[in-house]
Design a protein around this ligand. Structure first.
Ligand code: FAD
Length: 495
């Protein structure tokens, strides 16, 4: 989930900074898929004390925040309160977009203010050294990290090569950290292959699916990319074949991913490939699957694709790809997310006169997420798959943890990991950690002025979600109060 510099960042990075929303689908994670389908139609109102169960114990805030200093708790609470205060977010967005930013002194003051508030809360640092320090602190808290440097979308081979070097540098730098403190490397294919080419390749792959006699001479082995219900409306007429130049560029892009995967393979560091919007996702899956076939062997996944459960065809695609991989002796790896390009997808589909590829209701998305998670946990249990459950959703986290425990997926099994963004869903992260699971924080890093528009965009898009950070704030308040009033055990020992 790489971040990018403005202005493209604003268009192409709509996800992150989303807070926990209750999913009514806890049950679906522990039921067979077909049975779950019947149940999800009926929304279930979550019980008010749902989060106080034994496996994922959020009730004991002393235990939950045992590794967090009181100062840090205070700061987090203040930042989360500010982020949920809509007039303040509106004011911040207005200032950042105003000409006031052109005045040096004002700009400096604003950047400093943001740096010591939202930036500090949601980002890992301005450079690799700072990011490494953040990661080390997380590791001391029993959490892992996923480092992500803000990179531009690539427009040509030069920018692709530059970006590849940055990715390689980030991976290399993790050698200086305790080995298991870094859970994954991550990459955006849009940073190592020009978008225009991803678009062309996606069109060609879609057309080949519609007309199997359509020949793609450059195509290498891959797993199934489409299902029957995948959207094909982006490609309404037969695309021209790739020109020799395009084929050459495609080969170069492919080699970039192979080089990065090879580096990760040698360092035994799995690589998460981010998902984007459906217009270019077929080409991204094509690249990802071909790398999986090469590196995901002997029960170990090095390359992970990303599946967006908000897409109607996602469950079918997960099942098809996993089953094809299993037959080929390839270990399938998926990062599972809900998906972040909701409005782009809906706009594109409606501009072409088609229905949105996204589930009609949030409940269906929740159900689909939990079903895909359940399916992948079975694969982990069987030793044929690996999954990174990237979510802030408490119910999805708890459902998956319950199922993993029931399957006997153990503490040491790194084929199952959970991931949240830095500064978000802390209660869930610590709760899962305390329950014995491996949990990572996603750590965007880069210069403040580069990351600020990213932060504001997150705040703007997710203001409803931000104000719904109630659970984290409630837990933090409870723990601060406990430490301040409890004179005995606890408060004095914390720094
Ligand atoms: C570590 C990590 C990596 C990520 N990588 C990617 C990535 O590669 N690609 C990507 O696209 N996203 C990525 N995301 C973002 C992710 O897709 C979500 O946007 C974000 O995590 C919020 O979802 P949630 O599971 O946390 O659930 P919740 O907090 O429950 O959020 C649910 C949100 O889903 C949205 N939604 C989904 N379906 C519907 C629907 N049918 N109707 C209405 N609203 C709907 C709404 O915005 C809703 O608020 C990543 C997130 C994390 C934490």
């Amino acid at each position: 989930m790489a971040i990018r510099v403005p202005p493209k960042l604003i268009i192409t990075l709509p996800y992150t900074v989303r807070f926990m929303k209750p999913s009514p689908t806890l049950l679906t994670t522990v039921l067979p898929l077909s049975l779950a389908e019947n149940i999800i139609k009926k929304p279930v109102t979550p019980k008010s004390d749902d989060h106080y169960d034994q496996l994922l114990d959020l009730n004991d805030t002393n235990k939950l925040f045992s590794s967090v200093s009181t100062t840090k708790l205070f700061r987090s609470l203040i930042n989360l309160n500010m982020a949920s205060f809509e007039p303040l977010v509106d004011f911040g967005i207005w200032i950042m977009k105003s000409s006031l930013m052109e005045t040096m002194i004002i700009r400096d003051v604003i950047l400093k203010t943001v740096k010591h508030t939202f930036y500090e809360h949601f980002c890992a640092g301005e450079n690799l050294n700072e990011a490494r320090r953040t990661l080390q602190a997380l590791w001391d808290d029993g959490l892992k990290g996923i480092l992500d440097y803000g990179l531009e979308d690539a427009v040509n081979n030069e920018s692709c090569d530059r970006n590849l070097n940055e990715f390689l540098k980030t991976v290399e730098s993790t050698k200086l950290l305790p080995q298991s403190s870094v859970s994954y490397a991550c990459v955006k294919i849009t940073a190592i292959c020009p978008i225009s080419l991803l678009n062309r390749v996606s069109n060609l792959l879609r057309w080949e699916k519609k007309d199997p006699s359509f020949n793609l001479p450059w195509k290498v082995h891959t797993l199934p990319i489409f299902s029957k219900s995948s959207p094909f409306y982006h490609t309404l007429k037969r695309p021209d074949p790739l020109t020799p130049q395009e084929q050459n560029d495609l080969e170069k892009a492919h080699q970039r991913l192979i080089k990065l995967s090879e580096k990760c393979f040698v360092m035994d560091l799995p690589l998460l490939v981010d998902a984007e919007y459906t217009m270019v996702q077929p080409a991204i899956d094509y690249f990802t699957y071909s790398a999986m076939l090469r590196f995901n062997k002997n029960g170990k996944a090095i390359v992970y694709g990303t599946v967006q459960a908000y897409l109607r065809d996602s469950k079918e695609r997960v099942i098809q790809a996993a089953e094809a991989a299993e037959k080929m002796g390839v270990t399938i790896g998926f990062k599972l997310v809900r998906g972040a390009y909701l409005s782009t997808e809906t706009k594109v589909a409606s501009s072409l006169g088609y229905a949105s590829p996204i589930h009609g209701s949030i409940e269906e998305t929740h159900a689909c997420y939990d079903e895909c998670a359940s399916f992948m946990l079975e694969k982990v249990h069987k030793g044929t798959g690996a999954v990174c459950l990237a979510t802030h959703n408490l119910e999805s986290g708890r459902g998956a943890a319950t199922k993993a425990r029931a399957l006997g997926i153990g503490k040491g099994d790194d084929q199952l990991q959970f991931a949240q963004l830095k500064g978000m869903a802390e209660g869930l992260s610590f709760g899962l950690r305390n329950a014995g699971f491996q949990v990572s924080k996603y750590l965007p890093y880069g210069p403040v002025d580069m990351v600020i528009p990213y932060l504001l965009r997150r705040a703007e898009e997710n203001r409803g979600m931000l104000s719904a950070s109630t659970l984290d704030r409630q837990l933090m308040r409870k723990e601060i109060k406990r430490r301040l009033t409890d004179r005995g055990e606890g408060f004095e020992t914390r720094h």
